[in-house]
Design a protein around this ligand. Structure first.
Ligand code: FES
Length: 105
C-alpha cells in the first residue's frame, strides 16, 4: 500500500469546486461535491488534457475540452469521446489537511 500525501488544506476546497494539486509529481484534481472529497489524476482519458475547469453535475465531472463525462465515485467514463475510466485516488481529511494515496503503488 502507498503512503498518504498531504496535498492541500481542507479549507482550500469549497463545496462544488475543483482544485488542481500535485502529489509527488502526479497531477491530481480534487473535487468536493455533496460534502465528499474526490481525487483523480488530472488527465482526461480522451486525449490527456487537464480536467481543471471542468463543470460538476450531480456526481459527474464534465471535461472542459470535448465534454466527456466521468463518474466522481469511481472515474467511470460515462460518454464519448472518452471510453477509459479516470485513475482515482483514495482521499481523506486529517486534522484539516486533504491527503491522497495512490493504491497502485
Ligand atoms: S480531452 Fe477530455 S473530452 Fe477530450
Amino acid at each position: 500500500m502507498g503512503d498518504w500525501f498531504s496535498v492541500e488544506g481542507d479549507d482550500a476546497l469549497a463545496e462544488g469546486e475543483t482544485l488542481a494539486v500535485d502529489m509527488e509529481g502526479v497531477p491530481v484534481l480534487l473535487v468536493r461535491q455533496g460534502g465528499c472529497v474526490f481525487a483523480m489524476e488530472n488527465r482526461c482519458t480522451h486525449d490527456g488534457s487537464e480536467l481543471s475547469g471542468g463543470q460538476l453535475e450531480n456526481g459527474v465531472l464534465v471535461c472542459p475540452h470535448h465534454g466527456a463525462k466521468f463518474a466522481l465515485k469511481d472515474g467511470e467514463a460515462l460518454c464519448a469521446p472518452a471510453y477509459e475510466p479516470l485513475t482515482m485516488f483514495v482521499v481523506r481529511v486529517e486534522e484539516g489537511v486533504i491527503q491522497v494515496k495512490d493504491e497502485r503503488w
